[in-house]
Each structure stands twice: as structure tokens, then as C-alpha cells.
Design a protein around this ligand. Structure first.
Ligand SMILES: [Zn+2]
Ligand SMILES: [Zn+2]
Length: 166
């Protein structure tokens, strides 16, 4: 007989919009509304479904600033602080679950996105190619388009940071 879990096996975390972990034992440590490292708003729950953000496991030394998870375990949404890899997973998840998309388009789009995601340069040329993919998603898979837009935002932020630094 499988016993139902009576309590979760991990604490909740609070994470800022950029992914800085404010605490991984939120249940014990209330946090300020803003991140002390970057000033961004701090999320105490998934912005999409209100579910807990996974923090430290019970029994592990807590209070350590562990890395924030990339996805919500409850609803599968990708968090705003995820890496490029996480964003690509999110796009692929949407492509996989889009019943209106033909299998050929699904495979072609998946391939183009994988090739693009492996180029770390974030050059203007790469950005142009992402925009082309986004235009195609807009026609063929609006749900995947929504998941892909944060990639463009991320590239723009990288390019802005580079131009400010030079
Ligand atoms: Zn922060
Ligand atoms: Zn969620």
C-alpha cells in the first residue's frame, strides 16, 4: 500500500525575479519584499499558479543559498530567472503539447531552436535568427511563441550589459 505523503519533503524558497535565492527555508525565515542583491521583487510562490517554490530538502542543512529551480513542479511554468537552457525546454514543452502543430513543423522548429540555443554569442545576427523563429512560431504555435519571447528579452539584456560595459 502506498502511503500518501502527509507533508512536503522540502521547504519553500523565496526567489527574486533574477533568480537570487533570498531564502530556501521561507517557512522559517520571512523575507523582505525586495532582493538585497539586485533590488528586484521577491516571489514567495509561483507567479503562475501560486504553488510553492522548491527550497531546501528537509534534513539537509538549511539556510544555505542553493540554486533556484528552473520550473514550477506544480504547474510546469518556467520561472523568469531560468537559464537559456530552461527557456528552450519551456519552448519545447509547448511545441510538444501543441495539438494544432503538424509533426513536420514540430520537428523543424525544434531543430532550429536547438541549433540557435547552442550559439552563446548573442550577437545581432543570432538575435535576428531568433526573431525569424519567433515570427514562424507566431503563425504556427502561438503558445510556443509566448514561451519563446523571454529568450529575446534575455538576449537584449545581455547586449545592453555588454554595451554598457564597453
Ligand atoms: Zn536579485
Ligand atoms: Zn506554478
Amino acid at each position: 500500500m502506498i502511503m500518501p505523503a502527509t507533508r512536503p519533503t522540502y521547504w519553500s524558497a523565496a526567489v527574486c525575479r533574477r533568480g537570487h535565492v533570498a531564502t530556501d527555508i521561507l517557512d522559517r525565515h520571512p523575507v523582505e519584499p525586495h532582493c538585497e542583491r539586485c533590488g528586484a521583487d521577491i516571489f514567495k510562490a509561483c507567479p503562475t499558479c501560486g504553488g510553492r517554490i522548491r527550497g531546501a530538502r528537509y534534513g539537509v542543512v538549511t539556510g544555505q543559498l542553493s540554486a533556484a529551480p528552473d520550473f514550477c513542479g506544480a504547474c510546469g511554468s518556467v520561472y523568469s530567472w531560468t537559464t537559456r537552457e530552461g527557456l528552450v525546454y519551456a519552448i519545447e514543452n509547448k511545441l510538444d503539447s501543441d495539438a494544432d502543430l503538424s509533426d513536420i513543423d514540430r520537428e523543424l522548429l525544434r531543430k532550429r531552436i536547438q541549433v540557435l540555443s547552442q550559439d552563446p554569442s548573442d550577437s545581432a545576427k543570432i538575435m535576428g535568427r531568433w526573431i525569424d523563429v519567433l515570427k514562424e512560431l507566431a503563425q504556427k504555435s502561438p503558445s510556443a511563441l509566448k514561451a519563446a519571447l523571454p529568450v529575446l528579452v534575455q538576449i537584449l539584456e545581455v547586449r545592453k550589459a555588454l554595451s554598457l560595459g564597453s
